[in-house]
Design a protein around this ligand. Structure first.
Ligand code: GCO
Ligand code: MN
Ligand code: MN
Length: 389
């Protein structure tokens, strides 16, 4: 059964144990769902057409587990992966739940906490390597402040860099062949988190000891929380060769961190994103970092998971139609039309070119009067997205 939008393994869709496993706790209310055992999550997601499952160390192994318990949990999980043909594309560490991390891991003022943070991350990296994860995500949810007098922000950046450099060397030493992906967020749980946007991380990466090992993991909701255009940020990451991973979900601007089903709120932004990923042949994991509404029981969780993947595939189909639409394509061709008379002035600088360009006469009033017909183009897109084209 199924239709053209039914997900397939080749779509490379992944979820986190913490996403479908979300129990619906919020700052005002208790859990509404019971935890789903990781092995059942693997089975159900695979049946729905997902390809990968990601986790934080403690989504799989409780923080206080003994070594024997840990090894049994990991054994059972690996068996489920094999039985249901699922992979672990990405792993990460929980450096935010335990009270020890209340003032951050990497950026805590207390060296004892920073040392424990490194130890926990190294153990989590070992766990990730054991199940084949090739991408390791760093989301510094507690790396921030409420009282900005409590930490020197330059020192915080330095500590963050020191931590990443240390761990890059650890991964190289162990020959794990992993890459790191840094995930920005402006706030929540901290009032302000360091490195609030993907662009901030792109800046940091170039200052690291092994910049080639490190890229970004942009998340729709996080950039929308900051009021930014998500697909522009993703484009910049692509341009820098740094789009190692992506967190897909949805979010209304100006709200709390909603983590809604992908494309449930803003179809148009989601279309632009899918178009960018498809046009540019992004082949990394497409990870849904979202969760079911708090109103749902476990059935609702699987409806949520199917919905994320289905919406991506519907939008991918819309991208195809957009590319095959003759009227739209002819407008785009007009927009992209070359003008050799002026192209020759652009591109690489030379002294001669600059001298020539400085003498060219431009009729800026005439140039300013030309209408660009973007209204028509955008309405055609709207017709297409709303299903009347
Ligand atoms: C959030 C974040 C997390 C991270 C996860 C992976 O807002 O809570 O998006 O879900 O993506 O910790 O490192
Ligand atoms: Mn998030
Ligand atoms: Mn995320």
């Amino acid at each position: 059964m199924g239709d053209a939008y039914t997900p397939k393994k080749s779509d490379r869709f992944s979820f986190g144990l913490w996403t479908v496993g979300n129990v619906g706790r919020d700052p005002f209310g208790d859990p509404v769902r019971r935890p789903i055992p990781p092995t059942r999550i693997v089975k159900r997601l695979s049946e729905l057409g997902a390809w990968g499952i990601n986790f934080h160390d403690n989504d799989l192994v409780p923080i206080n587990a003994s070594l024997t318990q840990r090894n049994k949990i990991v054994r059972d999980f690996r068996k489920a992966l094999k039985d249901y043909d699922m992979v672990v594309p990405m792993a990460t560490t929980n450096t935010f739940s335990h009270p020890v991390f209340k003032d951050g891991g990497f950026t805590s003022n207390d060296p004892k906490v920073r040392a424990y943070g490194l130890q926990k991350i190294m153990r989590a990296i070992d766990l990730g390597a054991e199940v084949g994860a090739k991408i390791y995500v760093f989301w510094g949810g507690r790396e921030g402040a409420e009282s900005n007098i409590s930490k020197d922000p330059v020192e915080a950046v330095k500590r963050f860099r020191d931590g990443l450099n240390y761990l890059c060397r650890y991964v190289r030493d162990q020959k794990y062949g992993m890459k790191f992906a840094l995930e920005a967020k402006p706030n929540e749980p901290r009032a302000d988190i360091y490195f609030p946007t993907t662009g901030h991380y792109l800046g940091l990466i170039e200052t690291l000891d092994y910049p080639k090992m490190v890229g970004v993991n942009p998340e729709v909701a996080h950039e929308h929380m900051a009021g930014l255009n998500f697909h522009h940020g993703v484009a910049q990451a692509m341009d820098a060769g740094k789009l190692f991973h992506i967190d897909l979900n949805d979010q209304r601007v100006g709200r709390y961190d909603q983590d809604f089903r992908f494309a449930s709120e803003d179809y148009k932004s989601a279309f632009h994103l899918v178009k960018l990923l498809e046009d540019r042949k992004y082949r990394g994991p497409k990870h849904f970092d979202a969760h079911a509404y708090r109103t749902e029981d476990e059935n609702g969780v699987w409806d949520f998971a199917s919905g994320c993947m289905r919406s991506y595939n519907i939008l991918r189909e819309k991208v195809k139609r957009f590319q095959q639409d003759e009227e739209i394509q002819s407008i785009l061709a007009d927009i992209a039309a070359q003008n050799p008379e002026f192209e020759k002035h652009l591109g690489k600088y030379s002294k001669k070119k600059a001298q020539t360009l400085k003498r060219v006469k431009f009729d800026i009033d005439a140039m300013g009067k030309v209408g660009l017909a973007y209204e028509r183009l955008d309405q055609l897109l709207t017709d297409l997205l709303l299903g009347v084209r």
